[in-house]
Design a protein. Structure first.
Length: 251
C-alpha cells in the first residue's frame, strides 16, 4: 500500500467500521437481549486478552535499557496518574459522553433513556477500543511517514469484525465512533508527516503499555464490573513518552 497517499489507511478503517456496524445492527435486531449481553461479555474477555498483550510492553527490554530496570513500571504508573489528573480536570469522560448524547439526538432523535445510554455506551466503548491500541499509534504514524498503510489495513480488518459484535450489542453508537477514529488517526497521521521519523522503540513501548491498561478499564466496563472513567485517562498516552525522556535523562 506504499503507492497510496497518507490517510488511505484511516479511510479504509472508517469504511470497515461502518460496514461492520451495519451488519452488527442487522444481526442485533434479531438477537434476544440475553444473547446480546453474552456477546458483550465475550467482547470484554477478548478485550482483556488484547489488554494483557499490550500491557506486556512495560517489560520491554528496549524500555528497560533506555530508562533503567526499575523505571518502566513507574513510568506507566506516573503516566496514568498524571494523565488521569489532566483528563479529570478537562472532564474528558463527560465531554465524550456529551458528544455521544449529541450524536444520538442528531442521528436517532429523542429516544428512551435506555436507548440513549445504549448509544452512548457503544460510542464511548468503540471509540476507546478502536483508538487506544498499538496499531492505531504505530500504523497511523507510519501511514503519515509514507511507509505504507499495511498496519492500518490489518487494524481495519480487526475493527470491522469487532464492530459487528459491538453493534450487535450496542447499536448505531458504534458507527458514530468513526468520528473519533478520523480525529485520532488523522491527527497521528499528520504528526507522522511532520515528524519524518517513527517514535523510538522505548517511547512506543511506554505508550503501548499505558494503552493496555486503559483497555483493561474498557474490559471492566464491558463486563459490567466497574464503570471506570477511561476517557479521563487518555492523556496518559501523551504523558508516557514524556516520562520516558525524563527517566532517560536522569538514568
Amino acid at each position: 500500500m506504499t503507492g497510496f497517499g497518507p490517510g488511505t489507511g484511516t479511510v479504509v478503517n472508517v469504511l470497515a467500521v461502518l460496514l461492520g456496524a451495519g451488519i452488527g445492527v442487522l444481526l442485533g435486531n434479531r438477537l434476544p437481549e440475553r444473547t446480546r449481553d453474552l456477546v458483550t461479555d465475550a467482547l470484554g474477555l477478548v478485550t482483556l486478552l488484547i489488554a494483557a498483550d499490550s500491557a506486556r510492553a512495560a517489560f520491554s527490554p528496549a524500555l528497560a535499557d533506555h530508562t533503567g530496570k526499575g523505571a518502566p513500571l513507574l513510568i506507566v504508573l506516573g503516566s496514568l496518574l498524571v494523565g488521569g489528573i489532566i483528563g479529570s480536570l478537562l472532564r474528558l469522560e463527560q465531554r465524550v459522553e456529551g458528544l455521544g448524547g449529541y450524536l444520538q439526538r442528531r442521528l436517532q432523535g429523542s429516544g428512551s433513556t435506555a436507548e440513549r445510554h445504549r448509544f452512548i455506551e457503544g460510542f464511548v466503548t468503540a471509540s476507546l477500543i478502536f483508538c487506544t491500541g498499538p496499531l492505531t499509534i504505530l500504523g497511523a504514524l507510519n501511514d503519515g511517514l509514507g511507509n505504507g498503510a499495511d498496519q492500518l489495513l490489518l487494524k481495519s480488518a480487526l475493527d470491522g469484525f469487532a464492530a459487528i459484535a459491538f453493534a450487535a450489542a450496542f447499536g448505531w453508537g458504534v458507527a458514530a465512533s468513526v468520528l473519533t477514529v478520523v480525529v485520532v488517526q488523522g491527527s497521528l497521521t499528520g504528526l507522522g508527516v511532520a515528524l519524518g521519523d517513527v517514535l523510538p522503540e522505548p517511547h512506543l513501548a511506554a505508550i503501548t503499555a499505558s494503552g493496555g491498561l486503559l483497555l483493561v478499564g474498557v474490559a471492566l466496563r464491558l463486563l459490567r464490573i466497574r464503570e471506570l472513567a477511561v476517557a479521563d485517562l487518555l492523556p496518559a498516552l501523551l504523558v508516557a513518552p514524556l516520562l520516558v525522556t525524563v527517566a532517560h535523562a536522569v538514568a
